[in-house]
Design a protein. Structure first.
Length: 379
């Protein structure tokens, strides 16, 4: 009997992707083995953090890196670094920012927004600019002032906004030009921007001072891990805020097992054949589309677009639904699949369901096809 059986928790066929709500990713055996080995011994966690960060920086070709508790934890550490620097007294007071620069210029967003909350946990005070369909580099420039500690962009959100509205002209590059002139750091949340492995450097090359990635998505490392890469002085400032130090990041603990697992996951990731992997994902998405072709009220379509998946190069099968014709809404169908035997989780968009092949094991796309056809009355 598995632990899930004992807890009466139903396993799910994950056609949603590397989303946190589904547990992120399925870790390869070498990652699990590294975690098991790490669990058998004690180490000085500070030394392990330093050595692991240096190893990851070497592997992905950046100047410095630090391991965080997921990408959200990485945002908190980055915010703390930009606010308090290496001032130990200031670090010890966070999130109290009395006398410190603490304003973070960000694009306006609906609430709740856990990424913005992650910065606020370190004491950041958000200064929001623009709106959903209009945000420009000039908006960021006008908002930077004497109390600005950093500018923060969310890569996925900015991409989607640009695709939806020509009045969204802010980019990482043109905002970075502004932050450089102003002398304030630019933080980029790139949690789901892998593959490609080159993206570890790409956002820094575009002008970001820090870029943040999830360890539990495409990297297939522990779900509770993340990586911050970038300027050595800012990584140095983030370090005393991180666990096991007595600071704002202490509750966001990454254990020795997760650190070891993440290092191994990055080693595996940079050695993968990304082109072959993308071709296989595209073939899986195509098989799903072909398997749903001919169903009344259903139009499958394979796309690569930042509107529907992260990163934008990820192939996704969009299942467009005519609810009036099929007699079920998108949300009802989504729930029907989750409640099925086996349970199948899909993503969704305004017009239907989205099938992301990234986390499907070999052959699981046939289960997705079968259960979708059954839920739609096609079999």
């Amino acid at each position: 009997m598995s632990i899930y059986d004992e807890l009466q928790v139903k396993p799910v066929v994950n056609a949603w992707g590397s989303v946190t709500i589904m547990g992120g990713s399925r870790m390869p055996e070498p990652v699990l083995q590294a975690m098991l080995e790490a669990a058998r011994s004690f180490v000085t966690l500070r030394q392990l953090q330093d050595r692991a960060g240096a190893r990851i920086a070497e592997l992905v070709g950046v100047d410095a890196a630090i391991i965080s508790s997921g990408a959200a934890g990485g945002i908190t550490l980055s915010a703390a670094a930009c606010i308090a620097g290496t001032d130990r007294e200031a670090i010890g007071r966070l999130p109290d920012t009395t006398g410190l620069k603490c304003e973070f210029v960000v694009a306006r967003s609906e609430r709740p927004n856990y990424m913005y909350q992650a910065a606020e946990m370190a004491g950041a005070r958000l200064v929001e600019v623009g709106d959903d369909d209009a945000v420009t580099p000039e908006d960021f420039a006008a908002a930077i002032g004497p109390r600005t500690a950093a500018v923060m962009l969310i890569a996925a959100t900015l991409d989607r906004q640009r695709l939806m509205s020509p009045r969204v002209t802010a980019t990482i590059e043109n905002v970075a030009a502004i932050t450089r002139r102003a002398g304030v750091p630019l933080i980029v949340d790139a949690a789901a921007e892998l593959p490609r492995a080159a993206n570890f450097r790409a956002f820094l090359d575009q002008g970001a001072d820090l870029a943040i990635f999830s360890g539990g998505k495409a990297l297939r490392g522990p779900q509770s891990s993340g990586i911050v890469v970038g300027r050595p002085d800012l990584i140095e400032a983030a370090t005393p805020n991180n666990n096991p130090h007595s600071a704002v990041g202490r509750p966001m603990k990454v254990g020795k097992e997760e650190i070891a697992g993440l290092v191994r996951a990055v080693e595996l990731y940079v050695s993968r054949d990304e082109d072959a992997e993308l071709r296989e994902w595209h073939a899986v998405a195509r098989r799903v589309a072909d398997g749903l072709t001919g169903l009344a009220g259903v139009r499958p379509e394979v796309v690569t677009s930042g509107l529907y998946s992260r990163p934008p190069i990820m192939p996704v099968c969009l299942v467009h639904l005519d609810s009036a014709s099929i007699g079920v809404t998108r949300d009802q169908l989504h729930q029907r699949l989750l409640d099925g035997e086996p349970s199948v989780a899909t993503g969704f968009f305004e017009g239907g369901l989205a099938i992301n092949p990234m986390m499907l094991a070999s052959g699981e796309e046939q289960i997705v096809i079968r259960e979708l056809r059954r839920a739609l009355g096609g079999d």
